[in-house]
Design a protein. Structure first.
Length: 312
């Protein structure tokens, strides 16, 4: 739904992000905060730090799409979050990983990079700029790359901050989900003109009859509604995961979700799926199996199966 929205109205990331934050904040205020009567288990000051990081990453990633950055290239950089998370974990938390973990993260990153890079080439081949606008477009592109790099490192740092916070105060995924989306809402006042502009554009999109219930509404509002619902399910799962796993494992799961989204978008929009895409998919699959060490669990099971006595 997000890809379809960006495809029809480029630069609409702010209204998408605001809708997502608003929905989760209202749901959390009712069911988690009990209309403000429940005190948070983690001090608000720590949530303010986390929210500043979270809001900054979301806004910078959205604005990068307005800086001559195509969606596939956007995905390339965000797939580098695995490497960034591992590097900051080594530097800040002094963590050390096994050789298989390093290899698995490298394979997943290379696989996703291969798929998104080939998709970016396909997008680039379909568009052209006049020579006189080339330098200006390149400078905006460089600024977009700088913005994505900053957001990538900030996102990895936020994951490590969450990991240390949950170790200190305990696991409170629903509470964290609510405060991470409620506290940034005043910040969207700075983006109000852009949000209102795209709300008007959405209202003038073609009408669409919602299946089953038969209600007719502009198709972009339907896309936005579906995106809010699916993102809520996804983000809630991620926040639960942050309380149970390390920041690197969470980053791996989120990156794999983005990879599946990329593959789905290629198939849905009927973009060419080349041999390079298959190679990238293979790297991701093998790297994921290496990280989860699934064959270490399958080995003993297969060995017991071979040693099982024959039934007479």
């Amino acid at each position: 739904f997000l890809l379809a929205t960006h495809r029809q109205f480029p630069g609409c990331g702010n209204i998408v992000t605001f809708s997502q934050f608003f929905f989760i904040a209202v749901e959390g205020f009712i069911f988690e905060a009990n209309f403000g009567r429940k005190r948070p288990a983690i001090p608000i000051r720590y949530y303010l730090i986390m929210v500043a990081m979270f809001f900054t990453v979301s806004v910078v990633n959205n604005y990068a799409l307005n800086l001559n950055i195509a969606m596939p290239l956007h995905m390339i950089f965000r797939s580098g979050s695995l490497i960034a998370s591992m590097a900051l974990g080594i530097i800040i938390l002094k963590k050390r990983y096994s050789v298989s973990k390093y290899m698995s993260i490298a394979l997943v990153s290379v696989g996703i990079f291969t798929c998104t890079f080939m998709s970016a080439k396909q997008v680039a081949s379909d568009s052209s700029l006049s020579e006189e606008d080339g330098l200006r477009a390149f400078l905006w592109w460089v600024l977009g790359i700088a913005a994505l790099t900053f957001a990538l490192l900030m996102s990895a740092r936020m994951g490590i901050f969450q990991e240390t916070l949950y170790k200190q105060f305990g696991k409170h995924s629903k509470e964290a989900l609510f405060y991470n989306h409620a506290l940034p809402l005043p910040g969207f006042l700075l983006l109000a003109p852009n949000i209102y502009h795209h709300a008007v554009l959405f209202s003038h999109s073609e009408p669409f009859q919602v299946p089953v219930i038969g209600v007719t509404l502009p198709i972009m509002w339907f896309y936005l509604l579906m995106n809010v619902i699916t993102q809520y399910v996804c983000i809630r799962g991620v926040f639960i995961l942050t309380t149970e796993c390390t920041s690197l494992t969470v980053t791996l799961v989120v990156t794999l979700r983005k990879f599946v989204s990329l593959i789905f978008s290629i198939l849905y929009f009927r973009n060419p799926f080349t041999a390079w895409h298959w190679l990238g998919t293979f790297f991701v699959f093998v790297g994921t199996l290496m990280y989860t060490e699934v064959w270490n669990s399958l080995g003993p099971l297969l060995a017991r199966g071979r040693k099982r006595p024959k039934q007479e």
